[in-house]
Structure formats: structure tokens, C-alpha cells
Design a protein. Structure first.
Length: 337
């Protein structure tokens, strides 16, 4: 999805890109051979990862080569025309990329995993996937990594019950551990990440609901989600695509939507909200709102006694696609309250 968006206007594609690889398990490397920007000559990639004791020097480069060896892939690595540079980092390393300071720390995971802290002028993002609590030294390493983060992306693969029983030792965490950590280190927004492949979207909704009862600002990561760091004190704006089809309820709510168009004009429109989840909705609109602008959505919902009641929600525009009806756009919104 990122590869396809790369070339789109405002798609975020850059000629020079830095990619942090946390470790070499399949779920973290499988997309690499399919990432189209790696085949474009003008692109330049800098990869950061650690030297695995199982692979030795140039571990990530070896992983690339092995993944693309025939007959696992139709072309070998020489078909990748982008410039690629590999840098070995390890837990405790700190370095800068332009105006950003990067810190890497070891996390508790089989065969090792690095978490990354990225301090930018707009705020600090911590990417701490694949970690299991319970190792005092590595727990401390994670706490230091996450201290004061504006956005903390943390492993939330298992339920707290699974983590204590059948999935103990698998190298993952839960929403509850994430909330505990976020509180302890004063992180502002928590993103639940690394969902279990066996968790349905409804189950992810349920984890998110529980997490929100205990922590103010929590999102469940979804494919293609973009989070923009604003000025200090600004709300985090979450960018969620309308891709999680199974999560959507087959419900329709009449709604009134107010917002700002791309051209900067205020608009108000009546429509129906078709797809709604705990976190967001997909709304069909004739007006074209501005990406990441705020929308007010007032929905008519059937009350418990069968009477209509209305629900007022504030959200951010996170995705705009051509809608199923002519002249309409499908607008993805993440609700923030
Ligand atoms: Zn892993
Ligand atoms: Zn993983």
C-alpha cells in the first residue's frame, strides 16, 4: 500500500528515505521484495538494522538476497535499481538523520529486536513493536526508549489473559501493558500495534475499547494509517484508510456533516454513514473536505427504546477516495471524541 501511494500526489514519496528494520522475522521483512519504490533508479534508501548472530555481517543485505534468491522470487536483487545503503546499529546507539535524533534500544523478543525512538522538531515517536514484558533489564530499556513520547507505538498482539497463560514467552505484549507503560513514562498517545492474525477486527475493537477506558488517547493501528505530528499541545491527527472492510458494520445512519472543503470553504451536508467502527467511519460526501481537517458528524441513531437519538462526534479526515456514487467521495474519518 505504501509502495502504491508513493507516487500519488502528497503520497509522501521521497528520493531519499530511511527505513528502520526492527528484526528479521518474516512478518517484518516479507513486504520488502514487493516494495515498488526499491526498483526505481532515482530513489535512495538507507536501511538500519542490527547484526544478527545467526547471519553475521551485513545481516539485512543477506536477508534481501536470500528472500529474492531463485526460485522464491522471479528476479534477484540486481533488479532493484534504487540505491541502497545498509547501516548496522545496535541497542544503545544514537545518531542523527538531518534534524532528527534516533535512538535504538534492545527489546525482549526471540533472536532480538530493536525499538526506535525518533525525536523530531515536531515531537517524538517511539516504535516499540515485538516486545514482551518480564525481563527487568529490557523492561527498563523500553521505558527509557518510550519516556515522554508524543506517540508510542507498542506491541499489543495478545489479550492480557493470553499473555499470562498460553502465549507467555512468545515475545509480545498486550494493550494493558501498553497502557501501563504509557502512564509510567508519560507518553501522550498510545497506538496498539502488531495485532494477532487470529484477532478479528471486532476483537481489535474490543481491545481498543478496554484500552480507552484506562487511557485517554489510544488508537488501534490499521493498515495504511498515517499519524501527523503537529505543534506541541495539538491533538494527534490519525489518518486511517477505509480498508478494514470486515470491521465495518452493515449499518446506515443518517448524518449531518460539517467541515471545510479543500478550497477552504465551510460546508454542511446531509448524508448517510455506512461503515462505522469504534475508531472511525467511511462517509459518502458530495463536498470534498480537506485531508486531515476536522469534521463534525451528527448521526441519528436508534435509541434503546426505539426512539431516535442523535450522537455528535468530532473526527479528522483521513482518506478521500472516489465514492461508489457519481459525484461523491468516500471520506474516511477517525473519531477523536
Ligand atoms: Zn518477531
Ligand atoms: Zn513481529
Amino acid at each position: 500500500m505504501l509502495g502504491s501511494r508513493w507516487a500519488a500526489p502528497n503520497g509522501g514519496g521521497n528520493h531519499e528515505t530511511h527505513i528502520f528494520v526492527t528484526h528479521y522475522h518474516w512478518d517484518h521483512i516479507q513486504g520488502i521484495p514487493f516494495f515498488a519504490p526499491l526498483y526505481a533508479e532515482n530513489n535512495e534508501f538507507h536501511f538500519y538494522s542490527f547484526r544478527s548472530k545467526f547471519l553475521g555481517r551485513d545481516s539485512l543485505k543477506q536477508v534481501f538476497e536470500a528472500q529474492m534468491a531463485l526460485p522464491y522470487f522471479p528476479v534477484d536483487m540486481s533488479a532493484m535499481n534504487a540505491k541502497r545503503k545498509f547501516k548496522e546499529v545496535e541497542g544503545g546507539d544514537t545518531f542523527t538523520i538531518r534534524e532528527n535524533k534516533i535512538t535504538a534500544r534492545w527489546l525482549n523478543h526471540p533472536q532480538g529486536c530493536l525499538g526506535f525512538r525518533i525525536e523530531t522538531p515536531a515531537g517524538t515517536v517511539v516504535y516499540a513493536t515485538d516486545n514482551e514484558p518480564g525481563d527487568p533489564k529490557l523492561d527498563e530499556s523500553l521505558r527509557e526508549l518510550a519516556t515522554g513520547a508524543d506517540i508510542l507505538i507498542n506491541d499489543a498482539q495478545f489479550t492480557p489473559e493470553q499473555l499470562n497463560t498460553t502465549r507467555k514467552g512468545w515475545g509480545h505484549s498486550s494493550w494493558q501493558e501498553g497502557v501501563r507503560l504509557a502512564r509510567e513514562v508519560g507518553a501522550k498517545t498510545l497506538v496498539l500495534f502488531h495485532h494477532d492474525p487470529d484477532s478479528t477486527d471486532r476483537m481489535v475493537d474490543s481491545l481498543l475499547r478496554q484500552a480507552r477506558e484506562e487511557f485517554d488517547s489510544v488508537f488501534a493501528a490499521s493498515e495504511g494509517m498515517v499519524i501527523t505530528l503537529g505543534e506541541t499541545g495539538d491533538n494527534v491527527q490519525a489518518h486511517m484508510p477505509g480498508m478494514r472492510t470486515t470491521l465495518r458494520r452493515e449499518a446506515q445512519f443518517r448524518a449531518k456533516v460539517t467541515g471545510v472543503t479543500e478550497g477552504g470553504k465551510e460546508f454542511q451536508e446531509e448524508t448517510v454513514v455506512r461503515d462505522i467502527s469504534l475508531q472511525g467511519a467511511l462517509i459518502s460526501l458530495q463536498n470534498m473536505p480537506r485531508l486531515q481537517s476536522e469534521l463534525q458528524v451528527t448521526m441519528e441513531t436508534p435509541g434503546e427504546d426505539g426512539l431516535q437519538s442523535s450522537m455528535r462526534l468530532k473526527g479528522y479526515v483521513v482518506r478521500i477516495d472516489a465514492g461508489p456514487e457519481k459525484g461523491h467521495s468516500a471520506v474516511g474519518v477517525v473519531f477523536t471524541d
